[in-house]
Ligand binder design. Structure first.
Ligand code: RAM
Length: 346
């Protein structure tokens, strides 16, 4: 009964958040007593209906309330650059002070984001980077190299260093997934993985139905498949359900990046021996605090700038290829032994 009640509360909360985060705009005057009254902070996620994005927005909203600004949460229906471009145009017209965007494409948003910056808007990317010309800095959830390499290390352990593996990703344009997959491929070139073959990278576009059909297609196309790595919370949850429904626990291992709340079942039923993630609420919160210090002129986003990111403590702007970034922690490993502590949190 307790479990049923908890589930009802979780489903109720999820539905409320879904309603709040549809392609309809959510504007909320903050009731905090911070110093930033009247300033408008927008977050644009990849697409609607993704619980990970909703958690990130929750953290962003927490930060903006803390500093006393006004928060605007927007996402297109589909994970495309076109949808985000339309939203950015509207945010420019609304004269927001800052935009934090999880980019659906590295380069396609450049003209509109430059236009926003020319209009005085502080633009940062978060979660999925846009190119360094299109933003002041990037708020990075974790080191992409560590994320990519750890997926391969984990999968190799799960399948005894031998067999066919496939990746089920988000969209083919998603910068975050693409860089993680590049690092997976580099790790596969290291000694010790000679008997592991990456047979395919499939794209479920962070849509539940497409991710499900792509996971099913992998099983049909590769009857000897030993593991699926899904570096997307939508993809891994869809694959978890497919493998569970087909009774493939223990036959095909699943790992990747998953939300504990969506993956608890598949970590305990043996479908996924382990998976990884960071705290998406903290990622959104960090983006909010970073946008705030940029708007207030406390930092410019230059290399070496340091600032106070509220409950996350002091942060430093560091190098990121051609641009700059703020780096959060290491990915956390979840398995059947620790999932219960986290499944209610995010
Ligand atoms: C999905 C999104 C998001 C990514 C996570 C891991 O929710 O693609 O951008 O960071 O997975």
């Amino acid at each position: 009964m307790k479990k049923f009640l908890a589930m009802c509360i979780t489903v109720g909360l999820a539905l409320t958040m879904l309603a709040a985060c549809g392609d309809q705009e959510t504007d909320q005057a903050a009731d905090g007593k911070g110093s930033d009254g009247g300033k408008k902070y927008a977050m644009v996620f990849k697409n609607t209906g993704n619980p990970y994005g909703e958690k990130m927005m929750e953290g962003f909203e927490e930060a903006i309330k803390e500093i006393g600004g006004e928060v605007i949460l927007r996402s297109p229906d589909q994970p495309t650059a076109e949808g985000q471009i339309q939203i950015i145009e509207q945010l420019i017209t609304q004269q927001v002070d800052a935009i934090a965007i999880a980019g659906n494409d590295e380069d396609a948003l450049q003209p509109v984001l430059k236009k926003a910056m020319d209009a005085g808007i502080k633009v940062i990317s978060v979660d999925s980077a846009v190119n360094s010309e299109s933003r002041i800095l990037h708020v990075n959830q974790a080191d992409p190299e560590r994320i990519g390499r750890s997926q391969i290390q984990a999968v190799s352990e799960m399948i005894g260093g031998e067999g066919q593996i496939a990746v089920l990703s988000a969209t083919s344009q998603a910068t975050n997934q693409n860089i993680w997959i590049e690092w997976m491929k580099k790790e596969l070139e290291e000694p010790g993985y000679e008997n592991i073959e990456l047979v395919k990278v499939a794209y479920g576009d962070d849509l539940r139905d497409k991710s499900t059909s792509e996971a099913e297609a992998l099983l049909l196309q590769f009857p000897d498949l030993k593991a699926i790595i899904a570096p997307t919370t939508v993809g891994i949850a869809a694959a978890g359900k497919v493998l569970t429904d087909k009774g493939l626990a223990g036959e095909i291992a699943l790992t990747g990046l998953g939300l504990p709340s969506e993956m608890a079942t598949y970590l305990t039923n043996g479908v996924s021996p382990a998976m990884f993630l960071w705290n998406p609420i903290d990622v959104g919160y960090a983006a909010g605090m970073t946008a705030h210090v940029l708007v207030e002129g406390e930092i410019t986003g230059a290399l070496g700038d340091t600032y106070n990111a509220g409950r996350l403590g002091e942060k430093e702007v560091v190098e990121d290829g051609e641009g700059t970034q703020v780096m959060l922690g290491d990915p956390f490993r979840f398995d059947a032994d620790n999932i219960d502590e986290w499944k209610e949190v995010y």
